[in-house]
Every structure is written in C-alpha cells, then in structure tokens.
Design a protein around this ligand. Structure first.
Ligand code: GLV
Length: 325
C-alpha cells in the first residue's frame, strides 16, 4: 500500500505527479487560501507525509493527532512554524528548502534596502497621484547607498549573499552572528562587531537571522535607540525578531530614518496596522523568495525531501538534530 501524503496548497502539477509515484496524494487545492485548521487536524490523523508551508502551524497539539506521520516537509528555509522538538521526540523527520532560495532572497533584501533608501514607493505614488509639478531640489530626497556602512545581523547563507552584493556599492561591511565566520571575513573584507557597535555605526541594519527563542525581540526600543538618526532597518527574516510597537515609535519620533519590512509578527499583517500608515516604511507581503524559478525549485526540493523520507532514506535537508537511520 502506498503511503498517504497531504499537500497543504496547490503546487505545480508535475511535482504533484512525482509525489504520486510514491504516495496517495491529497491536495488542498484552493489557490491562495490557507487550509483551515479543523480540516488540517482531521486530515493529519490519516497521513504518513505532510508537505506544508510556513502558513501552517505544525504545533504539538497537531503532531499529537498524527500517529502515522513520518515526515513534515516545509516548503521554506525557515521552520519556526514547526515544533521540531515534539516532532523529533515522536521520530518524525522535519525538512526544509535551503540553498535554492539564497540568491533570490538576497536580491529582494537589496531591492527593499534600495527602495527604502530612495523612497521608491512614495515617489511612484506621488507621480501616479498627479502631484508632480516640477523638478525640485528637495523633492523626495533619500539616503545614499554607495559608500555607506551596512551591518548585517545573521551571517548565514542569505546574509553572505547580501554581503556579496554590497561590494558593487563600495559599502563598508559589518556583521554580527552567533559565531564568527573567518572565511567570510577574509573573502568579503567584512568586520565582526558586537551588536552595539553594529547598531551604532551602520547606516543600514539588515536583519537576516533565523527566528528562535534567542532572536525573538532582538530589536526593541533599546537597540533602536543605539542606531543613527539617518539609519534604515531592513527585515527580511521574520517579523517577531523586531518589536513592531517599538519600531513604530522609533519611526514616528525620528529615532531612525526609515524601515523596509518584508515580514511581520502576524501575517498577513492587518490592513489597519500602524506601521502601514507611515511614509518612511516600505512594506511587502513576505515575498523574499518569490521568483518564479525559485518557488519552483523550493517545491521540487520539498517534494524530494518528502519522497526520500517516505522511502526510509535520508532527506537532503533534515532539520532534526538526530540520526534516523
Ligand atoms: C520564507 O520565509 C522561508 O523561510 O523560506
């Protein structure tokens, strides 16, 4: 008998067909609609493999309802939506999709940095609203990127890819990470500094670190106060790393100059969220890895991880820190 798999969102048909070679597949196929929790709870009791997205909270209470589950394959590099400890205790493999999205997410991070510094969204709205009357010396002036100091918090794969992009802009590069990266320091001429130094010396602070108990609320009023008045904060990691109420206050009171946010504490961010009212914030709906090619690669890799696990082999990207063999 084939194992049973649930895919929690519509993905490309050839990828579903590939999974179908090994498993009986059930797809929640309402495009852009999240699978309701009660349906997920119902279906999970039957399945051996789960292909899910960051929108699904795979917590202990859900895992408890899944006696046959062998693998949770997340179509994302981040996996803070999954209770990995509980999964591990139950012998369930958890997999993710790193590497394939690194450059695409770094592209978006840089695009957001540039859009925020040069007020691109505000400028485009200004023009479309018919407000452009004349070229003017002080019209929509922003911050320079070329030659500025950038501080990257989190020198993982994506942090490194962002760091590489700064070279074309002759930026002075600082970083902070759990551990030092001497190879990166040598290759990119970057300097490891304390959080305090990074915050106080950077014109751009880029948050690109995993969301864990240690990084929750990493940036609060205390850290924002250390930043320069002309500084811009960019977050393309997870919303909960930056305290949103504190960020709002800092932006309103001129403690920092601007922010570019691809991620929010609660997603989708409510339309009446205070941060969405500020002109000095560029906001995006969590599209870091959203290129056509990369989303396809992520789905392919998530399928590959799922199939290998169901076959009893080691998936390419196992998150649990134990050996299942
Ligand atoms: C998206 O945020 C991901 O973690 O891949």
């Amino acid at each position: 008998m084939k194992p049973k798999v649930l895919i929690t969102r519509k993905i490309a048909e050839p990828i579903i067909e590939k999974i179908q070679e090994y498993a009986d597949v059930d797809v929640w196929d309402q495009e852009d609609v999240q699978i309701p929790r009660d349906i997920l709870e119902n279906k999970i009791s039957e399945i051996d493999g789960l292909f899910c997205l960051i929108t699904e909270s795979i917590d202990a209470s859900l895992i408890d309802k899944a006696p046959n589950l062998k693998v949770i394959s997340n179509m994302a590099v981040g996996y803070n939506n999954i209770d990995v400890d509980t999964a591990t205790k139950k012998g369930i493999m958890v997999t993710n999709t790193p590497e394939v999205l690194t450059e695409t997410t770094a592209d978006l991070t840089f695009a957001l940095l540039m859009a925020t510094a040069r007020r691109l969204v505000e400028a485009s709205d200004f023009l479309r609203d018919g407000k452009w009357e004349t070229w003017s010396p002080n019209l929509l002036t922003g911050q320079d990127i070329y030659g500025a100091t950038i501080g990257i918090i989190g020198m993982g794969r994506i942090g490194e890819a962002v760091a590489r992009r700064t070279k074309g802009f002759n930026m002075n590069l600082l970083y902070h990470n759990r551990s030092r990266k001497p190879d990166v320091e040598q290759e990119l001429g970057t300097t490891y500094v304390s959080m305090e130094t990074l915050l106080s010396e950077s014109d751009f602070v880029v948050v690109i670190t995993p969301y864990t108990a240690e990084t929750k609320n990493l940036i609060t009023a205390e850290q924002l106060k250390l930043m320069k008045k002309n500084a811009i904060l960019i977050n393309t990691a997870r919303g909960g790393i930056v305290n949103e109420a504190d960020l709002y206050e800092a932006l309103v009171n001129g403690v920092i100059w601007g922010a570019g946010l691809d991620v929010f504490e609660k997603e989708p961010v409510p339309a009446d969220h205070p941060l969405l009212t500020l002109p000095n914030v560029v906001t995006l709906p969590h599209i870091g890895s959203a290129s056509i090619a990369t989303r396809m690669k992520m789905a392919e890799l998530a399928a590959e991880n799922l199939i290998l696990a169901l076959k009893g082999e080691k998936p390419k990207h196992l998150v649990n820190k134990i050996d299942f063999s």
